[in-house]
Structures are given as structure tokens and as C-alpha cells.
Design a protein around this ligand. Structure first.
Ligand code: SF4
Length: 491
């Protein structure tokens, strides 16, 4: 598909040496792939393009800022630096890191790719990013690298901003990434922990939830990663010590037949390896008959975006499930012997103080206090550029103009007590994490705080009814949160 590692003599004659600001034309062309953060997971989205680029004869180096610092020696002389932004927090870190990356690799063409790249295109270009790629980005990244290698010139982007065509998936090349043992671990209720590998069986999503960042890019489409590629990836990670696989698909049951093939293959080859996945509430109910099979194949827990326990808010978000469905999904997973890890958008412009207390109450009723990572109780609705929420009649009256500092449209609740509570819960969650408080301890403080905001005394919590601790990853799943100081200190 691609030329060899050197540009053709004709191309070099047409494009003089040093046109990219000092990269010598006879030096091997080197690409550096950077991951700002991906929830403590070893990133598939670095390992997969690394395989593509290496196959085409490029030198590739990877830097995972979740665990590594920006190394000047790695960046020096790079012809291409490509930064992966798969989530809001990663994009915030990338925006902060770009000036430093440009200083360390002044001759490199800068590319930003991943889900959050197209929706932040304007800002990224203002920061000096030459190429922005979303969707199935590997062909664009490869074509860009090939063009840079053959012409040694920057030039304007000719690759599509969003590519949704079907691509060839290769077995991800994870050799340039830190060892799995340094990433998030699986914490078991008995206090033991396991090394986690991370795989993706699909990308995109066939649903159109209004607040979801997948939607503006994939527009209701999803793409399958072939079973043999996923299994080859899992095989290599098991060889690196993985004892549990966390599937990073936006929704594992977008293609339930594919999902079953994957987990059956996993079970057949690695009977001792467990897994977790993300599945929407509606799919848990519609495919309830498959849950026992997931359990048999080693599923320990399912993360599901419940988002709210208020039917009006669920309607605004177009979640296609009701508040009652939350309880149904919990019951179905319990029946199957699989733990349920719900996620929430706890604060929205429609959330009332009473509604927030209602969310906490529902978590207690369903015995899920130990199942909810505290960060889920302070998540504030993010409205990125291109969000389908902007199409909701009247929604634009609730928000302000796009603010590049937060990569979204700010909004203030009409009841300032709600915003104040969100800020205080967020600060509590941050300090509780540092102090190592148990989930039930943090929940009790939030319970008291929420009632206090209403001017009420919180009813005592039944200490015997927090629910049982569940297996979970040591870094919780979320879409958007402020980068921490530690995350911003790696460059
Ligand atoms: S929230 Fe989940 S189900 Fe909805 S569009 Fe996003 S990935 Fe799909």
C-alpha cells in the first residue's frame, strides 16, 4: 500500500531538503504517537496506528502521558507527531501539551486524531495543528505520514476530517507502550488485584443519544473489529500478563452476535481470563437472554450509562430507556451473577436539588452504593461543539457561547444552589480520592451535603445496606473531568 522508507528521488528533487523546517531528507522518517490519557488503559488507539505505520516502513515511537513524561529525545527529529484524543479530559491535556510538543519537535507536522478531534478542529488549528482526523483515522494518518515522507513538506490537509469507511484492522502493535502492569488494575472485592488488558471489538455506535460525543462523529454508525484481530490482540496481552480484559467498545451489544463470538473465543482459549464491557441499559433488557452466556464466559461486571433517574431528563438525552428500566437492568444482571457499574450525568440544566437527592435515594434502594464510583456523582453535563443537544428545541437558551478553555458551551443552572452543590461534591470527591476513603464513606458525605443544600437534615443511612463491593478498575470510567495537576505535570 505504501512506498518504502525513503522518498523517491523525483519527489526529493521536487521538494527541497529542509522544507519541513530542518528534517533532513535522507533521515528515516519518524512518527511519534502520543496518548494524553485514556482512563488508565493501555491505548488501542496508539497500538493500532503503530501497526499500520510500521507496516508501511515508518519508525514509530509512542509516549503515553498517563505514565510517561514528554521525552525530548523521543520527539527530537520527528517528522510527524500525532496526538490521540479519545475523551474530553485527554483533549484538555493535549491542548495544554501542544506548545511544549511544538517546542520539542519544531520540524514535525502536528496531527490530532480521535473522537474529540473533529469537534475541536477550529481550536486545534489555531494551536498550530496541521491535520485533524476523526472516525476511522488510520487511513488518514497513514496517508499523511506517506505524504510527509515523500514530499518532506507540511502543506494543507488533504485527508478527510471524518472517515467512516470500513478499514482493514491489523493486530495492534503494543511493543512501544509501557507494560500492562503499570496501567489501571482490576480491584477485586477480596482486596486482590489483577493485571488488565484492553481490547476493542467495535468502534462508534448505532444509537444517537443527544449528549454523547460518539454521535457527532459516527452519526449512528459502528464498525466491527474482526474477531481474529481482537483475539490476536488479547493473546499478545495475555502473554504480557493480562488476567482480565476490559473491552473499550462504546457499546458491546451494538453487535451482540459479534460480542458473543468474541467472549466465546476468549473463554475457549483463556478460560481463566475474566472481562468487563460497556452495555447500554436498553440492550441489557433487550438481550437479557445473553447475560448468562456473558457470565459463563467470564464477565465480572458491566458498565452502563444510566445517566439519570428522571424520565424527563432521559427523554432530553434521548437515552431510549426509562427510570424504571434502570431497576430492571440491575435485576437482570443480578440474576445473571454479573455486577452492575452504573454511570450518571448527575448535574444537568434540568437537575433539581430534589432530583439529585432522588438519584442518591435510588442508588440506596437498588443497593448500589458500593457499585458507583464517587466521580459519577459529580459529573456535569458537557456540551461540546457539534453536540446533538444543540438541536434540542430551547436548549441553546440554557447555554453560553463555546468556551475554548473548557472545550464546551458553559451553562449555569437557574438555581445557583445546584451549581454550588456540584462544585462542593466535586471538591469532596477529589479530596476523598486522595484520602483513600471508601465509596460508602464518600456517599454518606454527599448524602448529607445534598440534604443540607435543601435545608434539610439527612435521614440516617442504613450502614448495613450499602450493597456489596464489586470488582472494578482502579481508575474509574468517565467521559469528562478536569485534568488533574499531576496529569498536567508530565510535559
Ligand atoms: S451514550 Fe452509549 S448508547 Fe448512546 S450513543 Fe453514546 S455510546 Fe451509543
Amino acid at each position: 500500500m505504501f512506498a518504502g522508507p525513503r522518498a523517491s528521488p523525483d519527489a526529493l528533487a521536487a521538494n527541497p531538503v529542509g522544507a519541513m523546517g530542518g528534517v533532513e531528507s535522507d533521515a528515516p522518517f519518524r512518527a511519534v504517537l502520543i496518548n494524553p490519557y485514556e482512563l488508565g488503559r493501555q491505548p488501542f488507539a496508539l497500538a493500532e496506528p503503530a501497526a499500520w505505520l510500521k507496516r508501511a516502513g515508518f519508525e514509530v515511537a509512542c509516549i503515553d502521558l498517563a505514565l510517561q513524561r514528554l521525552d525530548p529525545r523521543t520527539l527530537a527529529g520527528a517528522g510527524l507527531v500525532a496526538i490521540y484524543v479519545g475523551m474530553h479530559t485527554a483533549t484538555r491535556i493535549a491542548v495544554e501539551a501542544i506548545p511544549r510538543i511544538k517546542a520539542l519537535a519544531p520540524a514535525a507536522h502536528l496531527c490530532v486524531y480521535g473522537l474529540y478531534a473533529p469537534m475541536n478542529e477550529t481550536l486545534l488549528r489555531e494551536l498550530g495543528v496541521g491535520t485533524v482526523l476523526g472516525g476511522e483515522f488510520e487511513p488518514g494518518l497513514s496517508s499523511l505520514a506517506e505524504r510527509l515522507r515523500s514530499t518532506r513538506r507540511n502543506g494543507t490537509q488533504s485527508e478527510p476530517l471524518i472517515h467512516l469507511g470500513r478499514i482493514e484492522f491489523l493486530t495492534p502493535d503494543r511493543t512501544g507502550l509501557p507494560p500492562l502492569a503499570r496501567y489501571a488494575r482490576l480491584q477485586m472485592p477480596d482486596g486482590s488485584n489483577k493485571v488488565v488488558g484492553f481490547a476493542e471489538g467495535s468502534r462508534g455506535c448505532k444509537h444517537l443519544c443527544r449528549h454523547c460525543p460518539v454521535v457527532p462523529v459516527y452519526q449512528g454508525k459502528f464498525r466491527i473489529v474482526p474477531v481474529d484481530v481482537v483475539m490476536a490482540d488479547i493473546r499478545s496481552q495475555v502473554a504480557m500478563g493480562a488476567e482480565h480484559i476490559s473491552f473499550g467498545d462504546p457499546d458491546f451489544f451494538n453487535g451482540p452476535t459479534h460480542a458473543l463470538k468474541l467472549v466465546r473465543a476468549l473463554r475457549a482459549e483463556f478460560p481463566g481470563v475474566t472481562f468487563d464491557a460497556v452495555i447500554k441499559v436498553q440492550h441489557l433488557i433487550n438481550h437479557a437472554e445473553l447475560l448468562a452466556e456473558l457470565k459463563r464466559c467470564g464477565c465480572l461486571f458491566i458498565t452502563a450509562a444510566v445517566e439519570a433517574v428522571d424520565d424527563a431528563i432521559l427523554e432530553y438525552l434521548d437515552k431510549n430507556h426509562t427510570a424504571a428500566d434502570f431497576g430492571r437492568a440491575v435485576a437482570l444482571l443480578r440474576q445473571a451473577g454479573i455486577a452492575f457499574a452504573p454511570t450518571f450525568v448527575a448535574f444537568t440544566p434540568w437537575t433539581t436539588l430534589e432530583g439529585y437527592v432522588g438519584l442518591l435515594q435510588r442508588i440506596i434502594e437498588l443497593e448500589l452504593v458500593e457499585s458507583v464510583p464517587p466521580i459519577q456523582l459529580c459529573i456535569r453535563l458537557l456540551v461540546p461543539q457539534g453536540s446533538h443537544l444543540l438541536k434540542l428545541p430551547g436548549f441553546c437558551d440554557l447555554i453560553q457561547d463555546f468556551d475554548a478553555k473548557i472545550l464546551g458551551h458553559p451553562w449555569a443552572h437557574r438555581d445557583p444552589r445546584v451549581d454550588d452543590l456540584q462544585q462542593r461534591v466535586q471538591a469532596l470527591v477529589a479530596s476523598a480520592e486522595e484520602a483513600g476513603l471508601l465509596r460508602r464513606e464518600v456517599f454518606a458525605r454527599i448524602w448529607a451535603m445534598a440534604h443540607e443544600a435543601l435545608g434539610k437534615t439527612a435521614p440516617p443511612l442504613d450502614p448495613s445496606n450499602p450493597g456489596s463491593p464489586i470488582p472494578h478498575l482502579s481508575e474509574p470510567w468517565y467521559c469528562c473531568a478536569e485534568p488533574t495537576t499531576q496529569q498536567l505535570q508530565r510535559f
